[in-house]
Design a protein around this ligand. Structure first.
Ligand code: UD1
Ligand code: CA
Length: 459
């Protein structure tokens, strides 16, 4: 068998009221078209063609290697889209699977069932159907003596046909040679003046060809047409991701409040509290505790680390490190083993060495901190002189006093100290105490004199 998959994705998605083509809207970190392609992935198709229309360039640019985009312009209906897609397939294709780009809840096993049935029943066409409680708006599957004889769109249906609960999902397997012939015979004499792919089924039945069907669960067949639909499918996809992770040994206090994108790697033995968002290329290793309230993108959290109430972007939290509450780790922030970034601390493009701590109210940018050092409360690195970003080097076992300003480029040697409130703009030698502070003056009796003057002025 030489299998070609055609994804219909040319529609505008008017009801999204968005500049973005509908199939590029995202659910759990992957766009709708990406979900359609991922569902078909396990079939290992010999070729994949995506029919695009609206904002074609953006959609084609988003395609993974191996998928071919073909533009349908103008968009004359699903039958026309299939014709355009089929035209882009190689002549080798003997089986064609048509799917929609906006139905992300379909499971790979369902597509596999369609292909299997199509093959074992040697059908000309095999369609996927579902029994809907309320099939309003969908095409209905018309059967005679159990055999599929056609599909009728709601707007073209009579009252009896509208009462049919079995809907056409818009997933079909076709014999390629037969499809090629029938696509040329479609007519647009319907209520919308479009070429309906659904008419292929009626034509084949009239020809006496064998039409097979697979019935699937209603819940898999939600098409995305609006933001409400997108939210609905996102919830289902999210729940599937979380269920899989929990099966694999991840603990979640409340999985309805955990938002993990597809592709995020979470190890067994991780504990996740509510209101956690894990996105992009994020990895969480065993024994880590994440949340409540963590938003991590493209970040790693290593074995046994704890991250609470924090935002991480492109950051690496080392084994046993603690982060938060209220920490902002920006790209290039690397926390060493058993280190700490505490409350109201922002760290960017910096390495915090093993067991070193930045516990309170600091900004650390473009800085290297060695081992076992402590950065006092409210310390900041002044890394930007208005022209360039400059680095700060802090050695091992250093004690930076509270409210130190480190004016980069500057370095503080091993075992050195800085006095609280110092503005450090020169390098500090190893083992030294650097103090930059005006002397404290004392004016005795000040309060008493002030009080006297106030009473003289009648105040
Ligand atoms: C279609 C089916 C209907 C089925 C329903 C399930 C037809 C005529 N009807 O109806 O039986 O119950 O899907 O969701 O096929 N598209 C293109 N080019 C076009 C027109 C559409 O690529 O010229 C794509 C759209 O991007 C969309 C899909 O085809 O993803 C379905 O098109 P749409 O017009 O929404 O068909 P429905 O009215 O939903
Ligand atoms: Ca639709």
């Amino acid at each position: 068998m030489h299998l070609a998959v055609i994804v219909l994705a040319a529609g505008k998605g008017t009801r999204m009221k968005s500049e973005l083509p509908k199939v590029l809207h995202r659910a759990c970190g992957r766009n709708l078209l990406g979900w359609a392609l991922a569902t078909a992935e396990p079939l290992k198709a010999d070729e994949t063609v995506v029919v695009v229309g609206h904002e074609a360039d953006d959609v084609v640019a988003s395609l993974p290697a191996g998928a071919v985009g073909v533009v349908q312009e103008p968009q004359l209906g699903t039958g026309d889209a299939a014709r355009v897609g089929f035209g882009a397939c190689t002549p080798d294709a003997d089986t064609v699977l048509v799917v929609l780009g906006d139905m992300p809840l379909l499971r790979p096993a369902t597509l596999e069932a369609v292909i299997d049935t199509h093959r074992t029943e040697r059908a000309a066409a095999t369609l996927l159907t579902a029994i809907f409680r309320d099939p309003t708006g969908y095409g209905r599957v018309v059967r005679e003596n159990g055999q599929v004889v056609g599909i009728v769109e709601e707007r073209d249906a009579d009252e009896e046909q509208r009462a049919i609960k079995e809907m056409n999902v818009s997933v079909y397997a076709f014999d390629a040679a037969i499809l090629s012939d029938v696509l040329g015979r479609l007519r647009s004499d319907n209520d919308q003046g479009e070429y309906y792919l659904t008419d292929v089924v009626g034509i084949l039945a009239a020809d006496g060809e064998r039409i097979a069907s697979v019935v699937t669960d209603e819940g898999e067949c939600i098409g995305v047409n609006s933001h409400a639909d997108l939210a609905l499918v996102s919830n289902v996809l999210r729940r599937r991701i979380n269920d899989r992770l929990m099966q694999d040994g991840v603990a979640m206090l409340d999985p309805d409040r955990v938002y993990i994108d597809v592709g995020v790697d979470v190890a067994a033995g991780v504990r996740i509290y509510p209101d956690v968002y894990l996105q992009g290329a994020t990895t969480i290793e065993a024994g880590a505790v994440v949340g409540p309230s963590v938003h991590a993108t493209d970040s790693s959290i290593a074995v046994g680390a704890t991250v609470r109430y924090s935002v991480l972007e492109g950051a690496a939290v080392g084994p046993g490190a603690t982060v938060g509450p209220y920490t902002y780790l920006r790209p290039g922030a690397e926390l060493g083993i058993n280190s700490k970034a505490g409350s109201f601390v922002e760290i960017k493009n910096s390495q915090v060495g093993p067991r070193s701590k930045v516990p309170h109210l600091s900004y650390i940018g473009d800085t290297t901190i060695g081992e076992d050092s402590n950065v006092g409360a409210a310390t900041i690195t002044a890394n930007y002189d208005g022209f360039e970003k400059n680095r700060t080097e802090i050695g091992d076992r250093v004690k930076i006093g509270s409210d130190t300003i480190l004016v980069a480029p500057v370095s503080v040697g091993d075992d050195a100290y800085t006095g609280a409130g110092s503005v450090i703009s020169h390098d500090v030698s190893p083992g030294a105490l650097a103090l930059e502070r005006s002397h404290q003056e004392e004016i005795p009796g000040y309060a008493e004199r002030r009080k006297r003057r106030a009473s003289e002025d009648g105040k």
